[in-house]
Design a protein around this ligand. Structure first.
Ligand code: ZN
Length: 188
């Protein structure tokens, strides 16, 4: 989905201390991202357009976090999402990978306001036509990756069980070991 890759453009050092790196500021990443999403802008965003993109990302992040927490969205955020969608004309397009069809949004213009409108529309589509109660934020506090939980019992806690899931298991094990050592030491 367009919106979750956009949110995950804030990349955190999930194995370490969680230091965040903004990939929107990394031109090589940014070029790859617009190419992959077929956003096809007329040019790279200027400072003002980049600031506006980051503001949209903050809005979607806040809404994703509300869904992940099962909390209601604020009316102001809903208004802001509608305002972002109103900034550009969007047409719907069906694409096929040979076996299934996917409905996507394409901007009519190639300016950044139009592209913001498509990103906002992709989130609105998940909200209205998908299952936003499955939006999750990774339980590793240093990761915070946004993902969609498609397990049957909605039990997925980490972006990736082999990565963050294992890391947190190791941390819990070490914490328990340390607590036991401390307890046996104080018992001496
Ligand atoms: Zn994670």
């Amino acid at each position: 989905m367009l919106w979750d890759d956009f949110l995950n453009s804030v990349h955190r050092d999930w194995r370490g201390d969680g230091t965040a790196k903004d990939r929107l500021d990394d031109e090589a990443w940014f070029r790859e991202w617009i190419e992959y999403e077929r956003l096809n802008p007329e040019r790279l965003p200027n400072g003002k357009e980049m600031a506006s993109l980051k503001k949209l990302r903050e809005l979607l992040q806040r809404m994703a976090e509300a869904f992940a927490a099962g909390a209601p969205l604020s009316a102001a955020d809903l208004d802001a999402l509608n305002a972002a969608m109103a900034e550009g004309a969007v047409i719907r397009q069906v694409t096929s990978d040979g076996t299934s069809y996917k409905l996507t949004h394409v901007a009519v213009g190639r300016d950044w306001r139009g592209i913001e409108a498509i990103i906002a529309a992709s989130f609105a589509e998940t909200m209205a036509e998908g299952d936003p109660s499955r939006i999750r934020i990774c339980d590793n506090p240093n990761c915070r990756w946004v993902y969609h939980d498609d397990t049957r019992n909605r039990s997925k806690r980490y972006c990736d069980d082999k990565l963050c899931g294992n890391l947190m298991k190791v941390r819990r094990f070490r914490a328990r070991q340390k607590a036991e050592q401390d307890a046996s030491r104080s018992g001496d």
